[in-house]
Ligand binder design. Structure first.
Ligand code: AMP
Length: 589
């Protein structure tokens, strides 16, 4: 009963409100909670345990704990990253445990989880380390360390990070080290994703679960939601909403087989729009300040000065949030050019102007979520569209609302689809005219129609060096989908080829810092890189843990704009497996 006894070792910290004592929560208390959660698979039971834990905690601790519970260090909207590579952790663990890096990697190969390796090896660390005399780690201490790691950038930061992590992990007990490493590598396996944590917050602070879910969807910060639920209850939660400068999780689209299905899903009549082949960009404006965020919520403002300028010329609102697609065009003809150009622009950190002259980009706003102090997410899509057209008044093609038609006839949809493909776009999006905007939800309020069988966004979990001419390059990649039920990566096959030498070099450079173990030419890789792959068919297969295998997979592109959270789930693979039989019918009819 680790949970009940935790109050006994709490230390008074400060008297923030007269008569109320706040306690600093020790990290070991949170470790007991994590351990207890891992012992149960029932969501109900997990929520009940978390609810009990939150009841006695301070507001500050609650905010950190709830964010940690969802496997994150910082809120979802927060662009900070601690920037700690697997290799750095291997060195740190080697350092403290007195082992060589090779021995740490050997152990990692055995355990498959760097946290378990840390726990095992640090269990044997020299007892007389300085750390033995240090205070127990509190949750707030740990969070401060993470904040400092995120703030370390530039020259010499790798060494500084290594030193700080060494100090942190030598202070930690072995089980604490397991969880610190799990959080740092975003690999916390306790089954308390947002849903469970939301239910726990609702129970703990006696507020409706729906209100918690909605507040989280809009504020994009589960820690803040928990704090508000405790301090302000239901009225506070209801007041939480989207705000400029705090990126929102984008609403996602399901796939449909063709025009008829799209119209069926939407009740016979819908908005259809060109599906542009670019990168999703969220524009935030607050007074004169304009920021651009990627779908991974990175700040891209510096990389896209041309888009920022076009927005400031075309947008008529004091504050707003726009959901958009950004495309790259040929600077002479103005025609759309391949997505790879978009990625080059987004990644560029230096000599940005030069590249923006060579590869101009244009913005296609397709939704408006906030305008002049008001959240619009609850308004029907048609109303938002009308407001979008009033707010974005194009001076030229650099920033102009997406091409849009309201249609109810499959043949008209098929004609629009063909027109879109002929112009070099990806297909069409269909949108429910009456639907609200649901951040982060992949539902049927908006669906996509593409020409080919869906490509898949999968994560690289292992890779292999090539031989001969390609001996120094990583040329083959093991791909996985997210198994959300078991919270693990489920391999679906290997892919090699289909990429240019330049892309191979690029992938090799991206993968190298993520390598956590090597055996022969094979390397284990932290699951970070997303590849979009095409394939001929999804098959059922006993050879892979996922139960699926891709026939003839080939890489379409490196999806720098997507992160592991955007990768396909096994559930979706299953849906696509079934959908492919329907897709044998002619496209878009
Ligand atoms: P996918 O990335 O294949 O899941 O397709 C959905 C993506 O299409 C969205 O995340 C947007 O980035 C992109 N997109 C392109 N054009 C539009 C549009 N007119 N409306 C909505 N999304 C669009």
């Amino acid at each position: 009963m680790a949970i009940r006894s935790r109050l006994s070792h709490r230390t008074p910290l400060l008297l923030s409100t007269p008569g109320r004592i706040d306690y600093a929560m020790y990290f070991k208390e949170l470790v007991s909670l994590f351990d207890e959660l891992s012992a149960y698979s029932s969501r109900l039971k997990k929520a009940e345990i978390i609810a009990g834990f939150l009841t006695g905690a301070s507001e500050d601790d609650i905010e950190i704990v709830c964010t940690f519970l969802t496997g994150r260090i910082f809120p979802a909207w927060d662009t900070r990253d601690i920037g700690v590579a697997g290799k750095t952790l291997v060195k740190v663990i080697a350092n403290i445990s007195g082992k060589s890096s090779e021995e740490v990697v050997e152990s990692y190969r055995d355990t498959g989880h760097l946290g378990i390796t840390a726990e095992r090896l640090l269990g044997k660390k020299v007892a007389m380390s300085l750390a033995a005399f240090e205070e127990d780690l509190t949750v707030a201490d740990l969070y401060r360390h993470f904040e400092e790691l995120a703030a370390m950038t530039g020259k010499g930061s790798a060494q500084k990070k290594q030193r700080m992590l060494s100090r942190l992990l030598s202070r930690a007990a072995p089980r604490e080290a397991y969880y610190v490493v799990s959080l740092a590598t975003r690999n916390l396996l306790i089954g308390s994703k947002e849903g469970v944590t939301e239910d726990a917050i609702a129970q703990s602070f006696s507020v409706p679960a729906d209100a918690v879910r909605r507040a989280w969807m809009l504020a994009n910060d589960i820690g803040l939601v928990a704090r508000i639920a405790k301090t302000e209850g239901l009225p506070g939660l209801q007041a939480l909403n989207i705000e400029p400068m705090r990126p929102v999780r984008p609403m996602l689209a399901q796939n449909v087989a063709g025009a008829t299905e799209a119209l069926d899903v939407m009740g016979g009549r819908a908005a259809f729009e060109t599906k542009y082949d670019g990168a999703r960009i969220q524009v935030h404006k607050a007074g004169p300040e304009i920021k651009l965020f990627s779908r991974k919520m990175e700040d891209l403002t510096e990389a896209l000065p041309d888009i920022r300028a076009a927005v400031s010329e075309s947008v008529h609102a004091d504050s707003l949030i726009l959901d958009c697609e950004a495309i790259a065009v040929d600077r002479h003809t103005g025609k759309v050019i391949p997505f790879q150009n978009v990625l080059n622009r987004i990644r560029r950190k230096y000599r940005v102007r030069e590249l923006s002259d060579q590869i101009p980009m244009q913005l296609r706003p397709f939704d408006i979520l906030y305008s002049d102090g008001e959240s619009l997410v609850d308004r029907p899509f048609v109303e938002r569209r009308a407001l979008l057209e009033k707010t974005v008044v194009p001076l030229d093609k650099r920033c102009t609302p997406s091409e849009f038609k309201i249609l109810d006839d499959p043949e008209a949809v098929a004609a629009f689809f063909k027109q879109s493909i002929d112009a070099g776009h990806e297909g069409l999006m269909a949108k429910d005219l009456n639907a609200d905007y649901s951040p982060g939800i992949r539902g049927r309020k908006m669906v996509k129609l593409k020409e080919t069988l869906e490509s898949l966004d999968l994560v690289v979990i292992a890779a292999e060096y090539g031989h001969g001419r390609k001996a120094g390059w990583i040329t083959s990649y093991e791909l996985a989908a997210r198994d959300e039920v078991n919270e693990q990566w489920a391999p679906v096959g290997r892919v090699s080829g289909g990429v240019s030498d330049e892309q191979l070099r690029e992938l090799t450079e991206q993968i190298k810092p993520l390598i956590v173990g090597e055996h022969g030419r094979m390397v284990d890789v932290e699951p970070q890189i997303v590849l979009e792959v095409k394939f001929n068919e999804i098959q059922k297969s006993p050879n892979y843990a996922s139960g699926f295998a891709l026939r003839f997979p080939r890489i379409v592109r490196i999806r720098d704009d997507k992160g592991p959270d955007d990768a396909e789930t096994l559930e979706r693979l299953d849906a696509l497996y079934r959908l492919q039989f329907k897709l044998k019918e002619p496209a878009a009819t």
